[in-house]
Design a protein around this ligand. Structure first.
Ligand code: NAP
Ligand code: GCO
Length: 266
C-alpha cells in the first residue's frame, strides 16, 4: 500500500463549517494541504472576506459562502452551490459552534436553545444535507468537532456540554445508520485550544498574572500547555482520508492527555 495515497485527499471536496478562523480554518488548511478542494461558510461578509484573504495568503483557493448552519434553506443552498461549483461534498467537517458560559440557573432558555441549535442541530442539518450525495458517490466522511465536554461537565457550560454530549451520540448514530453506505462518521474531541472561543479563559489578569483557568488547564494537561489549532491538523487529515476507512463512530480526543490525567498535585 502506497502510504502517501492512503492519506491523500486529491480529487475530494471538503466542506468545513465555521472555518473563517480558529479550529475550522486550521482543519481546512490541513485538508487543502492533503489535496482537497475547500469550501467553508460563516455568517458575516466581513469574516468571509477576511478569511478568503487569509486562505489566499496560504495559497489556498477556498470557496466561501455566507450560511448559518441552523438555517435549513441556507444549508441546502450552500450544498447546492458547492455541488455546482466544485462537485458534491466528499468530506463534511461540522466545526461551527458557540459557547455561552453562564451558571445554569441564570441561563435563559433562549440562550440554552441557541447553543443546542448551533452546536447540535446545525451538525444534524448539515449532515442530513450532504449524506444523500455521499450515498450516490458511494463514499463519504463526516467529522464532528466534539469536545472534552462530550465527556466531562464543568460549571457554567451546561448548554455546551449537553450539545457536545449529544454530538458524540449523533456521531455514533450516523455511523450506525450510514456505515453500510461506506460513510464514516467520527468525531474529534479537542482539548483546550487557544482560539477566540477560549480567549476569555486565557486573559492576563490586571496584575499581569495568568488567568486562574489558564493555570488550571495547564496543570490538568500532561503536555503542560494549551493546544493550538495546528495540533488538530494531522488527526483531521487522518479521519478525512482513506487511512480511516475502517474507523467509524469513534471520537478521537486530541487533548494533550487531559482525559487520562488526574492533574498535577498543587
Ligand atoms: P471560534 O474561534 O469561536 O470559531 C467558531 C466558528 O464558528 C467561527 O468561524 C464562526 O463564524 C462559526 N459559527 C458560529 N456559529 C455559526 C453558525 N450558526 N453558522 C455558521 N458558522 C457559525 O471557535 P473555535 O475555538 O475555533 O471552535 C470551533 C469548534 O471547535 C466549535 O465547535 C467548538 O465548540 C469546538 N471546540 C473548541 C475548543 C477550544 O478549546 N477552542 C475545544 C473543543 C471543541 P462566524 O461567527 O463568522 O459566523
Ligand atoms: C470551556 C471551554 C471548553 C473548550 C472545549 C474543551 O469554557 O470550558 O470553552 O469548553 O471550548 O470545549 O474541549
Amino acid at each position: 500500500m502506497e502510504m502517501n495515497k492512503l492519506f491523500s485527499l486529491e480529487g475530494k471536496v471538503a466542506l468545513v463549517t465555521g472555518a473563517a478562523y480558529g479550529i475550522g480554518f486550521a482543519i481546512a488548511e490541513a485538508l487543502a494541504g492533503a489535496g482537497a478542494k475547500i469550501a467553508f461558510n460563516c455568517r458575516s461578509q466581513a469574516n468571509l472576506d477576511k478569511a478568503l484573504a487569509d486562505y489566499a495568503a496560504k495559497g489556498i483557493d477556498a470557496h466561501g459562502y455566507i450560511s448559518d448552519v441552523t438555517d435549513e434553506a441556507q444549508v441546502a443552498a450552500l450544498v447546492e452551490n458547492i455541488e455546482k461549483e466544485l462537485g458534491g461534498v466528499d468530506i463534511l467537517v461540522n466545526n461551527a459552534g458557540i459557547i455561552k458560559r453562564i451558571p445554569m440557573t441564570e441561563m435563559s432558555t433562549e440562550d440554552f436553545r441557541q447553543v443546542i441549535d448551533i452546536d447540535l442541530v446545525g451538525p444534524f442539518i448539515c449532515s442530513k444535507a450532504v449524506i444523500p450525495g455521499m450515498i450516490k458517490k458511494g463514499h463519504g466522511k463526516i467529522i464532528n468537532i466534539c469536545s472534552m465536554m462530550s465527556e466531562l461537565g464543568r460549571e457554567t457550560v451546561s448548554a455546551y456540554a449537553a450539545a457536545k454530549g449529544g454530538l458524540k451520540m449523533l456521531t455514533r448514530n450516523i455511523c450506525s445508520e450510514y456505515g453500510e453506505a461506506n460513510i464514516q462518521c467520527n468525531g474529534i474531541g479537542p482539548g483546550y485550544i487557544a482560539t477566540p472561543q477560549t480567549a476569555p479563559l486565557r486573559e492576563r489578569q490586571a496584575d499581569g498574572s495568568r488567568h486562574p483557568f489558564d493555570q488550571f488547564i495547564v496543570s490538568k494537561t500532561p503536555a503542560a500547555r494549551w493546544g493550538e489549532p495546528e495540533d488538530l491538523m494531522g488527526p483531521a487529515v487522518f479521519l478525512a482520508s482513506d487511512a480511516s476507512n475502517f474507523v467509524n463512530g469513534h471520537i478521537l480526543y486530541v487533548d494533550g492527555g487531559i482525559l487520562a490525567y488526574i492533574g498535577k498535585q498543587p
